[in-house]
Design a protein around this ligand. Structure first.
Ligand code: DP6
Length: 351
């Protein structure tokens, strides 16, 4: 469905829009998970969530207005986008066009550096970079909060990648108009004490997902008797997590993150039919994480909509954790990430 545009469209040059822009954004990993929407169209979540933006695998996206083109042209890693991926990007551009009052189609070129099958979703970095680049190209003057809300409309988790370090995404109040709800669901930075964390990404399976996270979320909310209890406990987890981050308490941060993720997967396992992303290799890595803790290394696991495991630990322990995980899953790949920067526009020379 295409948005309706105002009829009195203004020429790009009169608006003084950039006409083209390039932005870069990084993936984030949720320590308190986003799982479940209360409004699919507006991408309004059922719960608040909290994440760490990573310093690895950025997505770089350029948007150039194409006033004479009849359709958007989207290239993802050098290939023309098609199907669902294209539809989501065109829908997103329609939203930007509606807000800007400009009907021009665009040429979008996105390069994602996540190694194939690294098990990190590219939708967070992808839509954060697209939001920042498209807003600039179409001449929308948005602050970080508004950019986060805009990125959310592309993919919920993208709202958090607008910010570097740790960010909380507010679900926003349930009452009020659609416009108010849309305006009040965005991410913002979270204050953190003396914490020097790393995230070890253990890729145990690089294959495609059996069920998309969008569909799995819907099924969980609609059918899982464990969903509501998890959503309630997740709000409590968030409060504890904020305190643990502020205190720089890696053990508490890790414990809360691990239980929150396991709880999210429990809601999926109880869905009808069950959604099971965790594989035998996932459990093998979870065992190795447990052994690390028994050896006195604070290491805690979190998993998203897939079998791969991300292990939160202290930066000084990252190599040791990576080694333990490698031994647990021979043939798997391991990447070490640290907190990374928020989304930003690149200048013409790529700075
Ligand atoms: C398990 O943000 O990819 O990674 O809003 O439907 O695009 P959509 O979903 P998406 O879901 C991410 C779910 C998660 C948890 C999280 O990142 O909080």
């Amino acid at each position: 469905m295409h948005a309706e545009f105002p009829t009195n469209l203004i020429d790009v040059r009169e608006r003084g829009t950039a006409g083209r822009a390039t932005a870069v954004a990084h993936p984030n990993i949720a320590l308190i998970k986003y799982w479940g929407k209360r409004d699919e169209h507006l991408v309004l979540p059922r719960v608040d969530s909290l994440s760490m933006t990573l310093n690895v695998f950025p997505t770089t996206t350029s948007v150039r207005l194409a006033p004479r083109s009849g359709s958007d042209m989207v290239t993802l890693n050098g290939r023309p986008a098609a199907g669902e991926a294209l539809r989501r990007i065109v829908d997103f551009l329609d939203l930007v066009r509606e807000r800007a009052g400009l009907a021009h189609r665009a040429v979008v070129d996105s390069e994602n550096t996540v190694p194939t099958g690294a098990g990190l979703a590219s939708s967070a970095s992808g839509f954060a970079a697209l939001a920042v680049a498209a807003a600039a190209a179409y001449g929308l003057d948005l602050d970080a909060t508004a950019l986060s809300g805009l990125a959310r409309r592309g993919s919920g988790s993208a709202s958090r990648s607008v910010f570097g370090g740790f960010a909380v995404w507010h679900a926003g109040p349930d009452a009020g108009s659609a416009e108010e709800a849309d305006r009040s669901s965005y991410a913002e930075p979270v204050p953190v004490g003396d914490l020097d964390p790393a995230l070890v990404v253990a890729v145990v399976d690089a294959g495609p997902k059996p069920v998309s996270s969008r569909a799995a979320m819907r099924r969980t909310v609609d059918t899982s008797p464990l969903y509501e209890p998890w959503a309630v406990s997740s709000q409590a987890d968030l409060i504890e997590m904020r305190a643990a981050l502020l205190a720089g308490d890696i053990e508490a941060v890790g414990e809360i993150a691990e239980r929150n993720a396991l709880g999210m997967h429990a809601t999926m396992l109880a869905a009808r039919p069950a959604v099971r992303y965790l594989s035998p290799a996932t459990l093998t890595v979870l065992d190795s994480v447990l052994r690390l803790r028994q050896d006195g290394i604070p290491a805690y696991a979190t998993m998203d909509a897939g079998p791969n495991v991300k292990v939160l630990c202290r930066r000084v322990d990252a190599d040791r954790v990576a080694e333990a995980v490698c031994v647990a899953v021979p043939g798997g790949a391991v990447h070490i990430a640290e907190p990374g920067p928020g989304a930003r526009l690149l200048h013409g020379d790529g700075r």
